[in-house]
Design a protein around this ligand. Structure first.
Ligand SMILES: *Cc1c(COP(=O)(O)O)cnc(C)c1O
Length: 355
């Protein structure tokens, strides 16, 4: 493995005093990990350096054609003060799959993980202590060639930045109100829906803004062809509980294969819930909800972990679930997954990487 060089910041930033006001992704730590790619050298010059601006040529490919992918994972502080990561190898593997679809070089996953650990050795004090807080980690890959021809870039940069975060939602684990988007679509089969690429988000921002103005915190996307079937929510996969059975949209190429989704499905089975991955019609969600068969809906994702859905809105039709409160299935799965992530529960699936 290549040697990772470390250059420490000469002056450290003041850490946020009030951990209850961290918010999400607004504060960044003192250092970052960077490495570069060229066809002849591959991934090279891995380094931890002070957090800093990049100088970029205005003709950089990423700024015009959007070759940009990212990941999101977290570092958690255990009650005994120790630090741990949750399935970071799955994030690096997913980034390689995203890279392949975007015509970008696959990651040196081992080197990227080592770089992350080296970075966290310097940033350990940035991992917050309060219940529900963590250090959010954002690995990113961008193209760096300078040219306006539409070709894959030959050179790339991979970097990791970190941000201490509180709960993703301002109101904690309170259920969210979700707007079912039936005009715009996020992704189609054969497109980039299964990748964590910047463009997927660019395409989603307008619908998110419109929903927010109407008082909804996120958009639920339907399939891009018929706009009949549930895909996912902005940055979360969707799950529906029918009593002790949990159903979720099957991975069809246009849905992001969430690591939280996979972990929740695994834990749910281990806890004795029945699980099913299938195509789910939004009309059935509303009908089953109104008939009382569908008992809960919740989103799953690294940032929010589990986010119960208290209300779904489509075409002025409203579905209220669990009286707008969190249901027992979402609560049980949240407690189990966060218990493992924070080291309160045993890690029977070998998901935890201790630092
Ligand atoms: C990141 C993301 C998710 C959740 O994935 P996790 O690995 O669970 O964090 C779901 N949907 C989209 C569109 C995403 O970008």
């Amino acid at each position: 493995m290549q040697t990772i060089t470390v250059t420490r910041a000469t002056a450290l930033k003041t850490k946020p005093a009030d951990e209850s006001k961290l918010g999400f992704g607004r504060i960044f730590t003192d250092h970052m990990f960077v490495m570069d790619y060229t066809p002849d050298l591959g991934w090279h010059d891995p380094r931890v350096i002070p957090y800093q601006d990049f100088a970029m040529d205005p003709a950089s490919v990423v700024l015009h054609y959007g070759q940009a992918i990212f990941e999101g994972t977290k570092c958690y502080r255990r009650a005994d003060g120790g630090l741990q990561l949750f399935r970071p190898d799955a994030n690096m593997a997913r980034m390689s799959r995203s890279a392949q679809r975007m015509g970008m070089p696959v990651l040196d996953e081992e080197l990227a993980l080592e770089g992350l650990k080296e970075l966290l050795r310097l940033e350990a004090d940035w991992v917050p202590h309060q219940e529900g807080t963590s250090l959010y980690i954002r690995p990113t890959m961008i193209s760096t060639d300078v040219q306006l021809g539409v070709h894959a870039s030959k050179t790339y940069r991979f970097y990791i930045i970190c941000s201490p975060v509180g709960s993703y939602y301002k109101n904690g684990l309170e259920p969210v109100r979700i707007y079912v988007e039936d005009q715009y679509v996020r992704a189609v089969r054969g497109g980039t829906g299964f990748t964590k690429c910047a463009g997927n988000y660019a395409a989603s921002i307008l619908a998110g803004e419109i929903a927010e103005k109407k008082g909804y915190s996120q958009v639920l996307w339907l399939d891009g062809v018929e706009q009949k079937y549930v895909e996912e929510v902005g940055s979360m996969n969707m799950m529906f509980a029918y009593g002790n059975k949990i159903v979720t949209p099957a991975l069809n190429g246009s849905i992001l294969p969430g690591i939280t989704r996979d972990s929740i499905l695994t834990l749910a089975r281990q806890l004795g819930y029945e699980t099913e991955e299938k195509r789910i019609a939004i009309a059935d969600v509303f009908a089953d909800g109104k008939a009382g068969k569908l008992t809960e809906a919740f989103g799953t994702g690294t940032a929010a972990v589990i986010s119960p859905v208290g209300e779904l809105m489509m075409d002025d039709e409203k579905l209220i679930l669990q009286d707008g409160k969190i249901g027992p299935v979402a609560q049980k799965l949240y407690d189990t997954l966060t218990g493992i992530q924070y080291g309160r529960l045993p890690d029977e699936n070998n998901w935890i990487v201790r630092l």
